[in-house]
Design a binder for this molecule. Structure first.
Ligand SMILES: *Cc1c(COP(=O)(O)O)cnc(C)c1O
Length: 393
């Protein structure tokens, strides 16, 4: 089949770039023409250890020769191991594994409602979410998402979600009612333009939740597993959520999702209340275990902090050199946004043509998501391309 005919059979859900990637190694990827790119997207915060990280690859190879799948009707030792690691790293008690971010947030929404109704014996079901948030593409998670464009044409949407402005305490207080069962938020809004939450606001949310018997749910799908410079973003905010979701970086590219909850909240999911065929299968668990092992044993989180400082220095310098084009630099760890006075798409395209892959988050914001194994030299290489892009576009 010719390329053109083949393209016709894929649904048109992405405005695709004119590039076909066929190979990756570390921070480099290659297209079908043999052109090399430096990857500062990490597959949107997924391949945080670079492409085909050796320890994860080895572990997956071993597991491929051993057992791929078995039902969750059986105990799965790899699941117990990964759940134990996530519990130790987060301080929360229990983990449910699934296959993607949206599916993890669905589980968060379900567990919050069931906790309110079955454990607490109330008739609460409403969840407060925030403008510019992103929580996924299933019906419930797109309803939770604070962006109209993802909802367009999908009515009727499920009930029970209220969306209020981010970093706004008064709006949250007003939205809380005797129907509220949870507040769901990202601590750095990734898709919505790389906006970090204010530390004092997050503390206040925790307090409001405690006072009103409401669960605090954190969507750590993009921010979790080291991306913001700690294992989980909430660890930098000095608050402990009642439950949180994970996905992107957890499997180094192998599809995986998870929710982690306190013992008390986890009790809401008794046998028969929630489930999955593929979630938590031995292959996905092997990828997750090897990812966390690599990060722990190779001091990867410390490296994220160093890279953050280095990138910030460079980006602030770019801002000074291009005051007419760069408005702001923000973000945490290796989830960085550069707000421009012009469309980000032009800069993204220029960078790509010159061998650097970066993303945008909204019309005017560049989003940089380099891997945690990026070298200082690669940072310099990327910044040189970005500087040229800002000069020429
Ligand atoms: C990517 C993302 C999701 C959705 O994850 P999928 O695996 O695409 O379903 C949800 N929340 C946040 C914060 C994300 O960044």
């Amino acid at each position: 089949m010719s390329t053109e005919t083949a393209v016709m059979h894929v649904m048109n859900t992405y405005a695709k770039w004119p590039v076909r990637l066929v190979k990756g190694q570390g921070n480099q990827v290659w297209d079908d023409q043999g052109k090399e790119y430096l990857d500062f997207t990490s597959g949107i915060a997924v391949t945080s250890l670079g492409h085909v990280p050796p320890r994860v690859a080895r572990r997956l190879h071993e597991q491929i020769d051993t057992l791929w799948h078995c039902s969750n009707l059986f105990h799965i030792p790899q699941q117990e191991e990964l759940a134990g690691k996530l519990s130790r790293l987060s301080g929360l008690d229990r983990v449910f594994f699934c296959n993607s971010g949206a599916e993890a947030n669905e589980a968060l929404i379900k567990i919050a409602r069931r906790y309110a109704q079955k454990i607490k014996g109330t008739d609460r079901y409403e969840i407060i979410t925030f403008q510019q948030s992103f929580h996924g593409r299933t019906l419930a998670t797109l309803t939770a998402t604070g962006q109209d464009k993802v909802k367009d044409g999908f009515a009727p949407l499920p009930e029970g979600f209220v969306t209020v402005p981010y970093n706004d305490s008064e709006a949250v207080k007003k939205a809380i009612s005797d129907k509220t069962c949870a507040i769901l938020l990202e601590l750095v809004q990734g898709e919505g333009g790389v906006h970090p939450a204010d530390a004092s606001w997050v503390k206040e949310l925790r307090q409001l939740c405690d006072e009103n018997g409401i669960l605090l749910l954190v969507d750590e799908i993009q921010t979790g597993i080291g991306r913001t410079g700690s294992w989980f973003a909430f660890q930098q905010y000095g608050v402990i959520p009642d439950a949180f979701s994970l996905a992107k970086g957890l499997g180094s590219g192998f599809p995986i999702g998870a929710i982690v909850a306190s013992e008390e909240v986890a009790e809401a999911f008794a046998p028969g209340t929630h489930g999955t065929t593929f979630g938590g299968n031995p292959l996905a668990m092997a990828a997750g275990i090897a990812t966390l092992e690599t990060m722990e044993e190779e001091g990867i989180i410390e490296r994220v902090g160093q890279l953050h400082q280095l990138l910030l220095q460079h980006l602030e310098k770019l801002k000074q050199e291009h005051p007419d084009k760069v408005v702001a630099v923000r973000g945490k760890g290796l989830l960085l946004g550069v707000e421009l006075t012009q469309p980000a798409a032009d800069i993204v395209a220029y960078a790509r043509e010159h061998g650097l892959l970066i993303l945008q988050a909204g019309p005017n914001v560049l989003r940089l998501l380099p891997s945690f194994v990026t070298t200082d030299k690669e940072v310099e290489q990327a910044m040189a391309v970005l500087s040229a892009a800002l000069t020429n576009e």
